[in-house]
Ligand binder design. Structure first.
Ligand code: AMP
Length: 112
C-alpha cells in the first residue's frame, strides 16, 4: 500500500516541495519544529532504517548529502540538525524513511 510520502511523491497530496531528483524528494514539514524544518525522502518506499540494506548504501549517502546541500541553501550555514526516527520507540510516525533537517534555532541535547 502507498505510504503518505509516496502519495506526496506522486503528487496525490500537496506539499511544499523544495527539491526533487530521480532518487529523492525534499519538502517542508507540515508541522515545523524549527524555522527551517524539511524532510528528505527516498522515492523508494523503505519502511524503517532497519530495512535499509547494503544495496541502499548509495541512496543513504544521497539522502545525507541532499540534506546537507539543502540545509546550506536554506540558510543553515551556522548549524543544523538531522534526525531519522526509527520505529515506535524512536518516535517514527510515518513508515517511509525520511531524514528531518532542522535549523535556524539553537538545538539542545538530550533530545526529547
Ligand atoms: P516521523 O515522526 O519521524 O515519522 O516524522 C514524520 C513527519 O512527517 C512529522 O514531522 C510530520 O509533521 C510530517 N508530516 C506528516 N504529514 C505530512 C505532510 N502531509 N506533509 C509534510 N509533512 C508531513
Amino acid at each position: 500500500m502507498d505510504t503518505l510520502f509516496t502519495k506526496i511523491i506522486n503528487r496525490e497530496i500537496p506539499a511544499k516541495i523544495i527539491y526533487e531528483d530521480d532518487q529523492v524528494l525534499a519538502f517542508h514539514d507540515i508541522a515545523p519544529q524549527a524555522p527551517v524544518h524539511f524532510l528528505v525522502v527516498p522515492k523508494k518506499p523503505v519502511r524503517t532504517l532497519n530495512d535499509l540494506t547494503e544495496d541502499d548504501k548509495a541512496l543513504a549517502g544521497h539522502i545525507l548529502l541532499t540534506a546537507q546541500r539543502l540545509a546550506l541553501e536554506l540558510g543553515c550555514e551556522e548549524g543544523f540538525r538531522v534526525v531519522m526516527n526509527c520505529n515506535e520507540l524512536g518516535g517514527q510516525t510515518v513508515y517511509h524513511i525520511h531524514m528531518h533537517v532542522l535549523g535556524q534555532r539553537q538545538m539542545h541535547w538530550p533530545p526529547g
